[in-house]
Design a protein around this ligand. Structure first.
Ligand SMILES: Cc1cc2nc3c(=O)[nH]c(=O)nc-3n(C[C@H](O)[C@H](O)[C@H](O)COP(=O)(O)O)c2cc1C
Length: 373
């Protein structure tokens, strides 16, 4: 089975060219506000032994960045901070006003990041209400203007990330693709849901494949939605012909996914994490968190966020999650974590649960409130 997967992995496209830079492996961590901060990204990068093709910041508000004193705003600075080991690194910005997007992009570029990405996918009413995020899909001339202005404001490549449309009656994917091409975007990233879908139902990979067919050869098309295992990455590349795959929630459930893809690409059997790997992830994450935050309660909050996802599909995971999420201190949390894994035999994970989670009507995303509400 694994041998077959390795053989398939050796046949798929493993990298793409982003404005002259080779992105390998071509499966990378999708930006997730409230999740993919510098700590989580460095964790993922360490798990993959540095084999992360590309890392992207959480989305950053240009409204905040461009207000008086905005450059010094602590939240924006935190969101834009990255470690050298994360390169190539992209900063994603959002907003609706072209001039502010241009100015915000140049402030972001001054951090020394490698790429700027424009967010055209955020569904949150407070972002969309002002015309930003997926609101741009309802005003394509403004989207084109923003891309043009941002490109003119920075001397690093600019990518865009879109949803397939506003709703089923307004599929804008092919228009946004034309804009990306005409205005010289360096990559076109597609989350295969409409804004109306939010996170419910499955991503429409047929639309993603059609966009790839219509895109010019020089414009990398990256597909995104519902990928939880390394095997899913291989399947998406084989079936839909995309140049790369961005992985969002799947990486919260399975932060080893990029290591596993890189292993497959190198012809090796990917490692299924065992007990010690799970425990290591939590302790490494705690170390990375402590470098960024002093408050024990904040560290505990992030560890709980990780536990809520990473234990899904593990035997007895639901019960263990309850005690972990009720922990009052990091020490108590660690104790429950060790008890849980000590009482477990071999770690076997039901990945099916994770895919169903994405497709179900009950899909619920509790983290990243800024992005959702
Ligand atoms: C908590 C959360 C926060 C997100 N924040 C961002 C963001 O800041 N920028 C962005 O482009 N997409 C954001 N997204 C969307 C993801 O990048 C991705 O497009 C979406 O989750 C679908 O991919 P998945 O099925 O692999 O999760 C967010 C998603 C989640 C769940």
């Amino acid at each position: 089975m694994t041998g077959d997967l390795i053989a398939r992995a050796l046949k798929v496209k493993q990298s793409f060219d982003l404005a002259g830079r080779r992105i390998w492996p071509n499966a990378y961590l999708a930006p997730m506000s409230g999740v993919t901060d510098i700590c989580f990204r460095r964790l993922v990068s360490r798990l993959a032994g540095g084999r992360t093709g590309l890392l992207v910041s959480e989305f950053v508000s240009v409204q905040v960045l461009t207000q008086p004193g905005g450059r010094e705003n602590a939240k924006s600075a935190r969101e834009m901070a990255f470690a050298e080991e994360e390169r190539p690194f992209s900063i994603q910005i959002f907003g609706a006003d072209a001039a502010k997007m241009g100015e915000g992009a140049s402030i972001a570029a001054a951090t020394g990041c490698d790429f700027i990405e424009i967010n055209c996918g955020c569904p949150a009413p407070k972002v969309v209400g002002k015309g930003g995020g997926s609101g741009l899909l309802r005003d394509l001339p403004n989207l084109a203007n923003i891309l043009r202005t941002v490109k003119a404001s920075v001397d690093i490549p600019v990518t865009i990330k879109v949803r397939v449309g506003w709703n089923d009656d307004l599929i804008t994917l092919f228009e946004t693709l034309k804009i990306a091409e005409a205005e010289g975007a360096a990559a076109f990233v597609i989350h295969g849901r409409t804004r109306a879908q939010g996170y419910k139902g499955l991503a429409n990979w047929d639309l993603i494949a059609e966009a790839k067919r219509r895109a010019p050869a020089h414009l990398p098309v990256i597909g995104n939605g519902d990928v939880v295992r390394a095997a899913d990455v291989i399947h998406r590349l084989e079936t839909y012909g995309v140049d790369g795959v961005a992985v969002g929630r799947g990486a919260m459930h399975n932060p080893w996914i990029f290591a596993q893809v890189a292993d497959l690409y190198e012809g090796k059997t990917p490692k299924e994490p065992g007990k010690l790997d799970y425990l290591w992830v939590f302790s490494e994450y705690e170390t990375l968190l402590r470098e960024q935050m002093d408050l024990d309660l904040r560290v505990l909050g992030k560890l709980k966020q990780m536990a809520a996802r990473i234990l899904k599909g593990l035997p007895g995971g639901s019960l263990a999650r309850l005690s972990l999420l009720r922990s009052q201190s990091v020490e108590e949390f660690r104790g429950h974590l060790h008890d849980y894994f000590a009482g477990m035999g071999e770690v076997t994970r039901d990945y099916g649960v994770l895919t169903e989670l994405n497709g179900s009507d009950q899909t619920e995303v509790v983290t990243g409130n800024t992005y959702m509400n």
